[in-house]
Ligand binder design. Sequence first.
Ligand SMILES: NC(=O)c1ccc[n+]([C@@H]2O[C@H](COP(=O)([O-])OP(=O)(O)OC[C@H]3O[C@@H](n4cnc5c(N)ncnc54)[C@H](O)[C@@H]3O)[C@@H](O)[C@H]2O)c1
Ligand SMILES: O=C(O)C[C@H](O)C(=O)O
Length: 312
Amino acid sequence: MKVTIIGAGNVGASCASLLAQRNLVRKIVLLDIREKLSEGKSLDISQMLSMIESNTEVIGITKDYFQSKNSEIIIITCGIPRKPGMSREDLVKTNAEIIRTVTKKSILFSPKSKFIIVSNPLDVMSYVSYMTAKVDSSRIIGMAGILDSARYRFFLSKKLNISPIDIQSLLLGGHGDTMVPLYRYTSVSGIPIKEFLSEEENDEIIEKTKKGGEQIVNLLGTSAWMAPSASVVKIVETILKDSKRIFPCSVFLKGQYGLKDIYLGVPVVLGKSGVEKIVELKLNQKEKNLLKKSANHVKMMINKLKKFDTSY
Ligand SMILES: NC(=O)c1ccc[n+]([C@@H]2O[C@H](COP(=O)([O-])OP(=O)(O)OC[C@H]3O[C@@H](n4cnc5c(N)ncnc54)[C@H](O)[C@@H]3O)[C@@H](O)[C@H]2O)c1
Ligand SMILES: O=C(O)C[C@H](O)C(=O)O
């Protein structure tokens, strides 16, 4: 069982480290364009393995895609992150080119692989990877909803003084300010959230969640990587164990939620084939409007990209 991670920067190296600690796969290939980076990071991770009793082999590669041959899963974390004052959308042109190039190269050596996309702006990059790979959309999964949901659970846990582990939540929509956390589908150990706080109080938590990525960018000067890599590892584990768990992920919609030709966050069942089912919830009018607004925003970015590059 081999997993390849493209991009050995903050998110990529952290994914390799967390995945190796889970002792889930035989081999992790960490690949970057920058000479020596992945070799150094993989060596550091490898030297940790005897202490944590993991048998995973971690190798670092510069540009040589042959080493990624027949990967079960390819995780795309390469490209530029935002800096303070930037939006995720500011990354679109640079990262689209990078995602297209690395998807083309990876699919050549791993034609049956599932892809987890991390690079931003997430929903558009997942779309770019899907259009480039030309494989069934069930195999191209964007990671964002798990992270956004984890942030929401964290802020909520602080407000309620309750463990985040016991908070269940669900989000829809794009990864960004237009995300749609669902108050109606949030609960604490099965108890509806309305028993703990009002919708208005919850809205304050949602605003914090929407700004969760930006808050870290402003503190660190670059974007988050610990919680994002833990979210990626959740997806990897679910696919490899064929666990059929439900998570919000950015997936290609073909009419579900009244939307098509777009990658957007919705709840999905994940298993060994990737996205095994898209769960369609009955939304109320307010939720429908918010989702539509979020979809319009992602569509607008996709259309801008298509104008700039007619090959999409
Ligand atoms: N989806 C999410 O929730 C989420 C969360 C965190 C970060 N991100 C995004 O993930 C991306 C990576 O973030 P980071 O903090 O790891 O950045 P980083 O700068 O630390 O790492 C990016 C790495 O990509 C490499 N790279 C660039 N072009 C490449 C190519 N063509 N082939 C191989 N490697 C290449 C760079 O050399 C660098 O090492 C950013 O776009 C960021 O916005 C998304
Ligand atoms: O905020 C970012 O730019 C990175 C990522 O999308 C995040 O939410 O942490």
